[in-house]
Design a protein around this ligand. Structure first.
Ligand code: SAM
Length: 218
């Protein structure tokens, strides 16, 4: 497969303006903004749609799925409070944009996608761009027990409830960020694991994600 990866002044300028938009919308974490300013989001778009890549919108990526809105990616990432070397499980790789942001922050990332076509594309594109997470194909609603525990878990699809198995796979002090609600809208939920069976839960803003489909999901 031939990829066209050109990052010229036009795209770089658009990326700078996107960072300013996110700042105005309330994203303050300098490291997160720096990562957004670095990852070439247009690489995940067909060249015909490069003019859409730096708008703060979600966009179709095929298979009925979307690349998340940059604001949503920045919002979820901020909530994770990533420290260099953190082991992060991402559920819902999609095109891999969020994965690249996590890697830019110095995380070690395990990422899982259930749709084979998206998985096949992403395992080629990301290494080509220089990003090397550990890729998995399968149902992430049950986590990836073999690689647990994780310092942070991020779910990038909307779940009906917080999957119990994900809480089990968090380390003490670990954070889970997950949108929870019905098919139409979800509240962003953060769960901090304070002790083996103790959790601190916060319910935040409303978003609209594609559904998390699986054994512990829809
Ligand atoms: N992280 C992506 C990005 O950077 O733009 C956005 C992902 S998209 C909003 C949500 C993804 O979750 C879809 O690709 C979908 O196929 C995937 N998904 C849904 N349920 C899943 C599950 N149980 N396990 C793994 N992936 C799942």
């Amino acid at each position: 497969m031939a990829y066209k990866f050109i990052d010229n002044y036009r795209e770089q300028g658009a990326r700078k303006r996107l960072v300013e938009v996110l700042q105005k919308k309330g994203i303050t974490d300098e490291q997160v903004l720096k990562a957004i300013g670095k990852v070439p989001r247009h690489f995940f778009f067909d060249e015909t749609f490069w003019n859409q890549a730096y708008k703060d919108i979600a966009f179709p990526i095929g298979e009925g799925q979307t690349i998340s809105q940059p604001y949503t990616v920045a919002y979820q990432t901020e909530l994770l409070h990533i420290r260099k070397g953190d082991k992060v499980l991402e559920i819902g790789t999609g095109c891999g944009y969020q994965t690249c942001i996590l890697l830019e922050l110095g995380a070690r990332v395990c990422t899982i996608e259930r749709q084979e076509k998206l998985y096949e594309r992403t395992i080629q594109v990301l290494p080509y761009m220089g990003y090397k997470p550990k890729f998995f194909l399968g149902d992430g609603s049950v986590g990836i027990p073999g690689d647990a525990p994780y310092d942070k878990i991020i779910v990038t699809a909307g779940a009906p409830t917080v999957p119990d198995l994900l809480l089990k796979q968090l380390s003490i002090g670990g954070i889970l960020v997950i949108p929870v609600g019905d098919e139409k809208s979800q509240k962003m939920v953060t769960v901090l694991k304070t002790a083996e069976h103790d959790y601190e839960r916060h319910v935040l803003d409303t978003f609209r994600f594609v559904p998390l489909v699986g054994d512990r999901a829809w």
